[in-house]
Design a protein around this ligand. Structure first.
Ligand code: FES
Length: 335
């Protein structure tokens, strides 16, 4: 049977004129791919790479020396907070400086004779909040990787420029030059918005500081991983169960299975050392209990999922999350 319309891409039938292609301005590649191009362009900047490498060479050893410092872990957010502090703190200077702009745009009063006006107070509070935000951001930056690190550095440099502009704006405001203060404040907020965009790119596009095992699930049935004889005692070993990467460990005859992808930034835990049934991530040193997955040292803030294990016919089997028990119509859960 013939249908009225052909398949997309079919040549026009003889005698028919091809309709001109309608191109939407929003379908052009440039309009929808510029953000990826921007990140790639930033990554190619030679001076940014050099600066990133030099800063890493300075901060890396300092961080390693103070890995057990609880203040440093709290600056990440850490296990007590459950997620990174930096994104939450960054809302403060953005909000406060946006308030400055609204007040500047609506205020017709002359400058106060003494002290700061409301816009000046918000500006100063935003500068203080930006100081705390810089500390947490620098701490997170020190445990990021490769391209993320360079884009993150550019994000930090933009924020430093914004902070400088806001400081100059506050200085001009205190000196009574309100027009200059307003212009500098607006410029500061514009640069902050650009920096915020790059921060969003890092989190939402690149998954920086996002729990890497948030979607870890399955297998729903007991699934074979390794033959029992292939797992040496006291040696972290990588395995796979229906595509899920697992780290297996056996100590004194007891088996442990934990997600192999570190919840912090995806390091492979099977490549890290194990001591006292605690594995240390080889990338940034987070520590997880093999028994229950709890974090005993950051920067990770989320525990590592553990899987039940059993041995059947010489095979080590694991099982992931189970479907929730069906609730019957009467609402009571049957055993
Ligand atoms: S990947 Fe960063 S601590 Fe594991």
């Amino acid at each position: 049977m013939q249908t009225g319309s052909g398949q997309a891409g079919d040549p026009p039938a003889t005698g028919q004129q091809a309709e001109p292609a309608i191109s939407s301005p929003f379908a052009t590649t440039r309009l929808v791919a510029w953000h990826g191009d921007l990140a790639a362009w930033l990554d190619q900047l030679g001076w940014l790479r050099t600066l990133s490498d030099r800063l890493t060479a300075v901060l890396g050893p300092v961080r390693e020396r103070h890995q057990d410092n609880l203040v440093l872990e709290l600056l990440h957010g850490g296990r007590w907070v459950g997620h990174p502090l930096h994104p939450a703190l960054s809302d403060l200077p953005i909000g406060l400086w946006a308030g400055v702009m609204v007040l500047d745009a609506t205020d017709r009063d002359p400058a106060p004779q003494r002290g700061l006006d409301a816009a000046g107070m918000l500006s100063a509070a935003g500068i203080l909040a930006a100081g705390a935000t810089v500390l947490t951001g620098l701490n997170d930056w020190a445990v990021s990787n490769d391209q993320d690190r360079r884009v993150g550095l550019f994000h930090g440099l933009l924020n430093t420029v914004a902070l400088g502009l806001q400081g100059a704006s506050l200085g001009a405001r205190m000196a009574g030059h309100r027009g200059t203060a307003r212009a500098l404040g607006a410029a500061s907020l514009t640069v902050t918005a650009a920096a915020g965009y790059l921060g969003g790119h890092l989190v939402f596009t690149k998954g920086v500081m996002v729990n890497r095992v948030a979607w870890a699930a399955g297998p729903r049935r007991w699934t074979r991983t390794l033959q029992e004889a292939d797992l040496p005692d006291d040696s972290p070993t990588a395995a796979e169960a229906e595509g899920r990467q697992i780290m297996l460990y056996r100590h004194r005859g007891r088996l442990y299975a934990i997600d192999n992808i570190c919840s912090h930034a995806g390091g492979l835990l099977s490549r890290g050392p194990v001591a006292d049934l605690t594995v240390t991530c080889p990338l940034h040193g987070s520590r997880f209990s093999l028994a229950d997955g709890c974090v005993s040292r950051g920067p990770a803030s989320q525990p590592q999922p553990v899987l039940p294990t059993r041995i059947r016919n010489g095979w080590i089997e694991v099982r992931g999350s189970q479907p929730a028990p069906r609730r019957p119509a009467d609402g009571r859960t049957r055993p």
